[in-house]
Design a protein around this ligand. Structure first.
Ligand SMILES: [Zn+2]
Length: 250
């Protein structure tokens, strides 16, 4: 077998699929994963079980809808292509039919700011797209509309889709979206959740922009809003913690 292009990225794509199924947000091969390349993107092949997926089953596509190799890309390739074209900040995409996100997508109501973490997708709600059949340009169009200014949305009577700067972050967001949908479902069973105000969410969204940055990168007003912990001196011989350590909204 000749060496495949983007071997490492293909391997990482398969690892993300396996992690997605292990996390419980995906069943079988209904979901799909993609990652941007210099010429276009790599996307999981159509209908190949992840446990049997080999690097050559991850399909290379260009941004005009062309693919290379012997395997067909996922039937949802069009949504991935349109996100990579429309959203330059997207480095990787995860699409799944996770149970709670899919169930709520059938109600066709946007998920409001019942919890501040709704802001991780970039806005004060999680929108539900209009309905269109899987794999069609019409679905891609309603999805892009629901994703305006956001990095995730629910797809009516279908599931969820989201993107991040890389595969790890895209998968993290997909798990977060499913968790939020499960929490919202649970809160609605218990009663009528109080929705955060636009003002409260504006403050949250401002803070989310600063997460993951070191204090030196923040201006004074941001730094005070984030309430950074006080750094103590290292004990003698103590190992300093990695400054690259990833911090996520908690
Ligand atoms: Zn789907």
């Amino acid at each position: 077998m000749p060496k495949v292009k983007y071997a490492e990225l293909r391997k990482k794509t398969i690892e993300t699929c396996l992690a997605m199924n292990a996390s419980g947000i995906n069943q079988g091969t209904s979901g799909n994963v993609s990652v941007r390349t210099d010429e276009g993107f790599l996307i999981t092949g159509s209908g190949i079980p992840y446990a049997r997926m080999k690097p050559e089953h991850v399909v290379e596509m260009d941004l005009d809808g062309g693919y290379r190799g012997d395997y067909l890309p996922s039937s949802e390739w069009r949504m991935h292509l349109d996100i990579f074209k429309a959203r330059p900040e997207a480095g990787a995409i995860v699409h799944t039919h996770s149970v709670h996100a899919t169930a709520l997508s059938c109600l066709r109501r946007d998920i409001p700011a019942f919890h501040y973490m709704i802001g991780v997708a970039g806005g004060t709600s999680l929108r539900v797209s209009g309905y269109a059949e899987f794999g069609t340009q019409a679905l891609s169009d309603v999805m892009l509309k629901a994703m305006q200014g956001r990095s995730a949305c629910l797809l009516a009577n279908h599931g969820q889709i989201c993107f991040g700067p890389n595969l790890d972050r895209a998968l993290w967001l997909a798990v977060e979206i499913e968790t939020l949908c499960r929490q919202y479902w649970t809160a609605m069973l218990a009663g009528k959740p109080v929705i955060l105000t636009d003002e409260q969410m504006a403050s949250v969204l401002k803070r989310f922009k600063t997460y993951g940055k070191q204090s030196g990168e923040l201006d004074k007003s941001q730094a005070s809003a984030v309430l950074a912990p006080v750094r103590r001196d290292q004990p003698e011989g103590g190992k300093s913690r990695s400054r690259k350590q990833e911090r996520r909204p908690a």
